[in-house]
Design a protein. Structure first.
Length: 504
């Protein structure tokens, strides 16, 4: 059978088809632009998202000769798409990284203890969550707010368009709204009451991996497809965790891309402690029934390496073009073999967890007249890994074990970087046979819903291919003192960053 995963990101949509044995049958993708009307605002035209999905479906149907047996949808979280009574968007999608609703953090602090809110939703208080975008819409565009039929996110919007029935959202993505009760697995009456939001205006809730409708007759005719089932996928991070073959408590997906993220399988719902909340670690339902996950992330991540490439990698880019190679491969092939004494605070776009400090700025420490470009390249790789180690150490301090890390994303192609990460983190890193882990996890959910697999363990066994494993080397001991220095940098620079921010 052909299992199609539709992965709807912030900048583009991807369709990836698999056989039930994990064989990749095809990949196609379409991009769409951001709309930035003001600093900090980030919008997307919902119709551009749908056109991308429609194009991907058309391309995959043609490429696979109309042999698609089931479709599941995954998407990024937090984005808001308000729909009118006719099912059409009333306003552009307010994207996940949009900062306009940060003002509502104080609203919640004035009306509920943030720890109580965390106990209900599993989300540390922050302005990015969908509920705050809804409050912004209410206060700044009341005429739009009053016309809303459904406050939709992205997964449910696409399911609605594919089935032409109703928006349906899974538990993992619903959690990213900060309106979902992670224990009761329903919309939180307490949160909705405080926000003044009508429950009937929210999407229908269903678990991941459930058939929630069928491809509408109109799209069947347009794409030449039969009445195939449409299935809930989930938030892209837990779908990626599943697609990596992570099933045991303490195993994790390590996404190394534009940003870096570790999505850790917690197993059963852990105690939601004040320490977790204060360090900005969320806890929400996994796409695997009964399990929960938490996230640690670096906001800048690989974008710091891209900055280095753009500003200092002209010669390497030229050589990469001549030799038909990846520019990052050329940049990193000559980095020193030994650890550096340079440190880079990689907060080029603010920090991620555990600080969630949007005002923090990047810094490079330890420069001398003898510093070479290749020294700085290695320092970036090391420091990004130090930053992630801060998070993993905190997990373990809170009694959350961290074992093997399964790596995906562009950074997973660099053997040099993976060895550095294994040495600093002192954890085994495992590569995978496919770079499409998010779509693969979504396809697994589709296969289970279609009855191809009786459970997700069976899907993992059938579809996941393991690659090379990287273990800590003797260099690991050299990083202990360096990491101790790195841990002090953010705190030492905090006051200076506040002063720098006033200059902008």
């Amino acid at each position: 059978m052909v299992l199609l995963g539709i992965d709807v990101g912030t900048s583009g949509c991807k369709g990836v088809a698999f056989q039930e044995d994990g064989t990749l049958l095809g990949v196609t993708q379409q991009e769409y632009p951001f709309i930035t009307l003001k600093p900090g605002w980030l919008e997307i035209d919902p119709e551009a998202i749908w056109r991308a999905v429609r194009s991907v479906m058309q391309e995959m149907a043609s490429r696979l000769r109309r042999e698609i047996d089931v479709v599941a949808v995954t998407s990024h979280g937090e984005t808001l798409i308000p729909l009118g009574a006719d099912g059409e968007p009333l306003y552009d999608a307010i994207a996940n990284f949009d900062t306009r609703a940060q003002e509502y953090v104080n609203f919640w602090k004035e009306n509920i203890d943030p720890f109580e809110l965390f106990q209900i939703t599993g989300m540390p208080l922050h302005g990015m969550y969908t509920v705050n975008k809804i409050l912004w819409l209410r206060d700044h565009l009341p005429l739009v707010f009053e016309k809303v039929w459904k406050f939709s996110c992205v997964e449910d919007f696409i399911i609605f368009r594919l089935t032409q029935d109703e928006p349906v959202i899974d538990y993992s993505l619903a959690s990213r709204t900060m309106m979902f009760d992670v224990r009761k697995r329903e919309w939180s009456s307490r949160v909705l009451s405080l926000a003044g939001i009508d429950r009937e205006k929210l999407p229908r809730l269903e678990p991941s991996g459930k058939v929630v409708g069928f491809l509408s007759p109109a799209w069947q005719r347009e794409w030449g497809l039969p009445e195939i089932p449409i299935v809930t996928g989930g938030h892209d991070q837990p779908c990626g965790v599943l697609g990596c073959g992570v099933r045991k408590r303490g195993e994790a997906m390590y996404g190394i891309g534009t940003s870096e993220c570790v999505a850790l399988n917690l197993g059963n719902l852990p105690s939601l402690t004040r320490e977790m909340m204060e360090n900005s670690f969320c806890c929400y339902p996994h796409v695997v029934e009964g399990d929960f996950i938490t996230l640690a992330y670096i906001a800048s991540g690989g974008s710091v390496l891209r900055w280095f490439r753009d500003q200092f990698g002209y010669e390497e880019a030229q050589r990469a073009r001549v030799e038909n190679r990846d520019v990052y491969e050329v940049l990193l092939e000559e980095i020193p073999e030994q650890p550096t004494s340079l440190f880079v605070l990689p907060h080029f776009a603010g920090s991620g967890t555990p600080y969630l400090d949007e005002g923090s700025r990047g810094a490079i420490l330890g420069l001398t007249l003898g510093t070479r470009k290749k020294d700085l390249a290695r320092a970036i790789l090391e420091s990004l890994t130090y930053e992630m180690k801060l998070n993993l150490d905190l997990f373990e301090q809170f009694g959350i074990p961290v074992g093997e890390l399964r790596v995906i994303g562009g950074g997973s192609r660099s053997r040099e970087w993976l060895q550095i990460k294994a040495d600093i983190l002192q954890k085994p890193l495992l590569t995978l046979g496919t770079g499409e882990a998010v779509a693969l996890g979504t396809a697994m959910l589709a296969g289970k819903a279609r009855g191809i697999f009786s459970n997700l363990d069976e899907a993992i066994e059938a579809m996941v291919r393991e690659g090379e494993k990287f273990l800590p080397s003797p260099l690991a001991s050299s990083y202990i003192s360096r990491y101790a220095i790195y841990r002090k940098i953010y705190g030492k620079l905090y006051e200076l960053n506040l002063e720098i921010a006033k200059l902008v």
